[in-house]
Write a protein that binds this ligand. Structure first.
Ligand code: EPZ
Length: 427
């Protein structure tokens, strides 16, 4: 196990380059299995979730070449096998194998996913979509066995009761080779969904409306190989924007699509940071004194739930009382306990964190419980005079490529050290 030693209180200064989007990558990789030839994916983030997917694809019998930020995937040698829990549990997004294998073989047998502990992570909307497309769904001791009646799915009109990124993408994957037309109503509009639709269309699919709340998929018989470059990770970018503000720094966040970050830029301006949008970069300049602000997360283009935890850290430093409400996940507040150990005054009431800002934080020993809680905590350490020790780095490694290196390049005094197993803190 490793831990971070952060000597905080210094402004982040300079330029940070943003990697490919994690939440695109984990869907694009299974989507590539649908082609009857090699698909090359470029600009992959160098993160644990991609490495796990590489192992999963090899287990499935695909031909995969993987080096650095580049992967060539050829699903032709694959056979429809059962993917028991095992490795799939390490990855929330392993559920995209359901839609991909269902479209490829007319059947999928994959264990229920694992992933971050944000409270219940149901997949009922995914199953509703598959059943609407004419599949039977059976949970066999945690392995979901999904079969298309008569071996091929049939297009259908599907209304999603909740806006769901995963269900929208999974249904798009399954419907891409179904017979006839599928309409997804109340679809999620995240940029990562557009990224997956772009890849599928370049493979020969016929998908219209991705990025809106109604997506029309006309099934095709075959999909072919192609090359695809992943969009930048708007959540990684937002994390560095918030870190720049929290440390009163001046950071140019490069290789972003500013439109994907409009809600985050607006919120940072409201709190009092200066935010300048360039063509493919955003500059954030801290202003030292920040105003309290209420944040309510909502599906894209609203304020993203994945940045709810990091913005909470910034608001703990702002003057006045802020309320952060997560309308997507009901219990995404495990960072609060750790921030309180650093002197923050926050209490969780239902789906909201009530933050009494304006208090100086102190360094301390804290543990990340999930990916974005880890981000909230390393931002707190960077913004705080004194030394903070952060464990639970395996969560952060899942979604932030080389975050220690990127922060060091911005002038952060941050070291990653290995711990003998005995010293690992259990909470
Ligand atoms: C994706 O998760 C992201 N993960 C999450 O990012 C992100 O927080 C989330 O979308 C919301 O934007 C990936 O893309 C791999 P949802 P997903 O289906 O697809 C409920 C990160 O930090 N729901 O949009 O699982 C669900 O409980 C991760 O990078 C159902 O009730 O999220 C939640 O309350 C964390 N039934 C809401 O919908 C379902 O069948 C939105 O979930 C599916 C979801």
């Amino acid at each position: 196990m490793d831990k971070l030693i952060i000597n905080g209180g210094k402004p982040l200064l300079g330029t940070v380059g943003i990697s490919g989007a994690k939440n695109s990558a984990v869907a694009l990789i299974p989507a590539a299995l649908l082609a009857d030839g090699p698909v090359v994916i470029e600009n992959l983030p160098r993160i644990q979730d991609v490495a796990i997917y590489y192992e999963l694809l090899k287990e499935l019998g695909a031909d995969v070449l993987f080096e650095d930020d580049w992967m060539e995937i050829d699903g032709r040698p694959m056979k429809p096998i059962v993917m028991p829990n095992g490795r799939v549990k390490k990855l929330r997004a392993s559920y995209y194998l359901w839609g991909a294998l269902l479209a490829k073989f007319g059947e999928a047998h994959v264990g229920l996913p694992g992933g971050c502990d944000l409270g219940p992570r149901p997949t009922d909307l995914h199953m509703k979509g598959f059943e609407a497309l004419g599949a039977t769904v059976e949970n066999k001791n945690g392995v979901m066995s999904i079969r298309a009646r008569n071996g091929r799915l049939k297009g259908a009109r599907i209304y999603l009761d909740l806006v769901s990124v995963g269900a929208t993408i999974n249904i798009m994957l399954a419907a891409s080779k179904a017979e006839g037309v599928t309409i997804i109503e109340n679809a999620a509009r995240e940029p990562e969904i557009v990224d997956v639709a772009t890849l599928l269309n370049n493979m020969g699919a016929d998908i219209k409306g991705a990025g809106t709340d109604m997506i029309r998929i006309s099934g095709v018989d075959r999909l072919h190989g192609c090359r695809h470059t992943i969009i930048p990770d708007r959540i990684e970018a937002g994390t560095y924007m918030i870190a720049a503000a929290a440390t009163n720094g001046n950071v140019l966040v490069e290789n972003v699509i500013p439109k994907h970050l409009e809600a985050v830029s607006a919120k940072l301006r409201e709190i009092g940071a200066e935010v300048r949008e360039l063509d493919d970069a955003i500059q954030v300049i801290g202003r030292g004194r920040y105003r309290a602000s209420d944040v309510k997360t909502s599906p894209y283009p609203g304020f993203p739930t994945d940045l709810q935890q990091p913005i909470t850290t910034l608001l703990a430093l702002a003057q006045g009382c802020s309320i952060v409400t997560d309308n997507i996940y009901s219990s995404r507040f495990r960072h609060v306990e750790e921030l309180r150990r650093m002197g923050a005054s926050i209490k969780v009431e239902g789906r909201s964190a009530v933050i009494e800002g304006g208090r100086k934080l102190n360094g301390g020993k804290v543990v990340a419980s999930d990916l974005r809680a880890g981000a909230a905590l390393f931002i707190a350490g960077l913004a705080t005079e004194g030394t903070t020790e952060l464990e639970g780095l395996e969560h952060i490694d899942r979604g932030y490529e080389n975050f220690v290196g990127k922060l060091q390049k911005l002038g952060a005094d941050i070291q990653r050290i290995s711990l003998p197993q005995s010293e690992h803190h259990q909470r």
